[in-house]
Design a protein around this ligand. Structure first.
Ligand code: G1P
Length: 297
């Protein structure tokens, strides 16, 4: 039996500059897709995968995130008084058991690898998951759950992956494929943000990882990589060099890049269309605006 994955790290220290001015006072992770903040999607996915301990790597100005997962006594009392049981039920999902959630500060923006390293003492010697809340994945079976199941078979380090168009490869961590087994890929190497034309494939790392604690030891070296930052990709690639297995996992589902405005809008439309209470009105609206746009061309 493999050790169960019960801890997940959520790197949420980024400034979210692509969404200024909104992110001047609201953490990016609190921005809403339909009616749930981005971070709630990540938490729900982690819960479905059996995660019991949630570790947030935050930074200055992320207080709203901490409040989001706290109880809201005044609001709850008000709703109870008014008999709004349905809304109280919705709020329940945002509460965390005492001790299930931890916040660690990353004091300097030194890269994703550094953010993950900041949580090392809370991880200890266990396998752990990393979820980047910017990557929202709509899937029948939540992506991390798919990966936990794959991990139970193979162990090792597993990174979510999907093919991206070659002109986008330089925005991602890219896998060098040793053996393609369909949904699983054995990895020979990994490059963070390869220069255009040098990418070993167009199979990109997407923000879900199941990692062995050795990756944290690799991060101790503080090796500076792409963009002058300490890269998680490099610390995982160091495992391959040490002849320990790393796999890419082609998940089933649709990924939205909510770190970009276009991706965020696409996710909003797609999630709203999946909702019974919004679908008809939104579909009719989209139909009209696209027809108007076509007519104007
Ligand atoms: C991060 C990772 C990169 C990965 C990407 C997925 O990059 O460093 O390897 O492909 O997330 O979204 P970022 O988007 O933070 O630049």
């Amino acid at each position: 039996m493999r050790k169960k994955v019960t801890k997940a790290i959520f790197p949420v220290a980024g400034l979210g500059t692509r969404f200024l001015p909104a992110t001047k006072s609201v953490p990016k992770e609190i921005m809403t897709l339909v009616d749930r903040p981005l971070i709630q999607y990540a938490i729900d996915e982690a819960r479905a995968a059996g995660i019991k301990e949630f570790i947030f790597v935050t930074s200055r100005g992320k207080g709203a995130l901490e409040d989001y997962f706290d109880t809201a006594p005044q609001l709850e009392a008000e709703l109870r008084k008014k008999g709004k049981e349905d809304l109280l039920e919705i709020l329940k999902n945002t509460n965390m058991d005492s001790g299930a959630i931890a916040y660690i500060r990353q004091h300097k923006a030194m890269g994703l690898g550094h953010a993950v390293w900041c949580a090392r003492r809370l991880i200890g010697h266990e396998p752990f998951a990393v979820i980047l809340p910017d990557d929202v994945i709509a899937a029948e079976k939540p992506c991390l759950q798919q990966m936990v199941e794959a991990y139970e078979e193979t162990g090792g380090n597993i990174v979510a992956s999907m093919e991206v168009s070659p002109d986008k490869a330089s925005s991602y961590g890219i896998l060098d494929i040793k053996e393609d087994m369909g949904s699983m890929v054995a990895v020979r190497g990994m490059v963070e943000k390869p220069a255009k034309g040098t990418e070993p494939s167009n199979l990109a790392v997407i923000g879900r990882y199941i990692l062995t604690p050795r990756v944290l030891s690799n991060l101790n070296k503080m090796k500076v990589g792409a963009g002058g930052e300490i890269q998680l990709t490099d610390a995982i690639a160091a495992e391959i060099e040490a002849e320990r297995p790393v796999y890419g996992y082609r998940f089933r589902g649709q990924r939205f890049d909510c770190g970009s405005k276009a991706g965020f809008l696409q996710a909003t439309v797609s999630f709203a269309l999946a909702r019974e209470d919004l679908r008809d009105e939104l579909a009719a609206f989209l139909h009209t605006v696209t027809a108007e746009q076509k007519a104007a061309q």
